[in-house]
Design a protein around this ligand. Structure first.
Ligand SMILES: [Fe+2]
Length: 425
């Protein structure tokens, strides 16, 4: 019987301790953001359950059929722009459709709660391209939300202002992607996180969009802002919304893209007000981060309290996996102790196993001395976040006194297991 008990207790000693492994976070920290490659991890105090959102942009699908024939003079350049690509990490050949399917497959595998599609999903408003994209997005079984890029609605060489062309071709071709949402600005809430989508694909913001955004940004819930074109951050290139140098003289692409040249006066006041509203919202309205595409390369910009992530082009395999989780809170420290008593009551071993490296071994030593134990014979060693403290002690008191001592000095700790075993002579 004694051998069975001994074996069981040994097994218990070797069983990993179940307990909190997170470090406490100082008071006053509301949100922290980490990035590791394509994974962005956000911890926020007001989040109650993990939320996983995939972000993609710039898939640049080029599929077309006979319905495209009347428009081929306007889609000629872009229909060949990204037909074969190289994966942005591996350098291996890929293509827009393969990249999108792989990303959706990964999102399914990771059980994503939502997918944000940030425009240039197609290289021109091809009906076949839009239909194929909608079909594969629908079939992946994850709620997805879309906003346009500057190519989704643009047939190069067609007459009209950027704003008028966006309205016309959004209405004619892109409404199935928006479902019932207003393309100018809309929001959805996913597990308590508000996702705000603003169509900034003309580089400019309309007064109606600023008004809608101002209404959406109210409320205390965490919010993420999505749009195709990145917003200006000092150091970012000219092709950003609200860049002070953006305008007629700096427009290098209007001839190739056969579109209206950027305005002489640069950005309108509403666009600049919108940019300021973003910065303000990061301080006052719990706007956690912004996400964009358009540049095709992965970038991160931090301006004071505002963080902006730009995702690599999905036609080259780019995506972000954004995980928003509850802030690690200070929790009762859990540990497991195994006490081994000598049969004749002269010797005691305590194995104290904890997932916390910062357990106060000095305090433990004092505790044990105060409790009548003396002489700490063995040291401690640490490995992979687990501290194993091994103490050999003169035994003076019975096992219940040991528990009493532990409870008196470590009443903020929760003992997950406490076992006592007797040594064989
Ligand atoms: Fe773009």
């Amino acid at each position: 019987m004694r051998r069975i008990v001994f074996a069981l207790l040994t097994l218990l000693l070797l069983t990993p301790c179940r307990g909190a492994s997170r470090n406490p976070v100082p008071k006053g920290v509301q949100t922290t953001v980490y990035q590791n490659g394509q994974v962005i991890r956000i911890y926020d105090r007001s989040v109650t359950e993990p939320v996983r959102i995939f972000v993609i942009s710039d898939t640049h699908l080029f599929r077309s059929d006979e319905r495209e024939d009347p428009y081929r003079q306007y889609s000629k350049r872009m229909s060949k722009a990204y037909n074969t690509t190289r994966h942005f990490l591996s350098g291996k050949p890929t293509n827009p459709e393969e990249s999108l399917l792989q990303t959706l497959s990964l999102a399914r595998e990771k059980k994503a709660d939502a997918i944000a599609v940030l425009g240039d999903l197609v290289s021109y408003p091809s009906e076949a391209g839009v239909e194929w994209a909608k079909a594969v997005l629908d079939s992946c079984g994850i709620p997805w939300f879309y906003t346009t890029g500057n190519h989704d609605w643009h047939y190069e060489g067609t007459e009209g202002s950027e704003i008028d062309l966006r309205e016309e071709w959004t209405r004619k071709r892109l409404l199935p992607l928006y479902k019932s949402y207003n393309h100018e600005c809309y929001s959805v809430t996913v597990k308590g996180i508000k996702l705000i989508f603003v169509d900034n694909a003309t580089y400019q913001i309309l007064p109606s969009q600023l008004k809608a955004f101002s209404a959406e940004i109210k409320g205390k819930e965490p919010k993420l802002l999505f749009g195709h074109i990145p917003y200006y951050a000092p150091g970012y290139g000219i092709t950003t919304v609200a860049h002070p140098d953006w305008g007629y003289d700096t427009d290098r692409g209007y001839r190739a893209e056969r579109r209206e040249r950027w305005p002489v006066d640069g950005f309108n006041k509403t666009t600049m007000d919108f940019w300021r509203a973003i910065l303000k919202a990061t301080r006052r309205n719990h706007l956690v981060a912004s996400f964009s595409g358009h540049h095709h390369v992965q970038q991160t910009a931090i301006v004071d309290s505002w963080t902006q992530f730009t995702v690599a082009a999905n036609c080259q395999g780019g995506y972000f996996e954004v995980v928003i989780e509850p802030m690690p809170e200070k929790k009762p420290q859990l540990f497991r102790a195994t006490v081994i008593f000598h049969k004749k009551g002269r010797f005691l071993l305590i194995f104290l196993e904890t997932e916390f490296l910062h357990i106060d071994s000095l305090l433990l030593r004092k505790t044990l001395q105060h409790g009548g134990f003396f002489e700490l014979l063995a040291g401690a060693h640490f490995a992979n976040g687990t501290g194993l403290f091994e103490f050999a002690l003169e035994f003076l008191q019975g096992p219940f006194d040991v528990l009493t001592v532990f409870n008196r000095y470590y009443n903020h700790l929760k003992i997950t297991s406490f076992s006592i075993k007797w040594l064989q002579r």
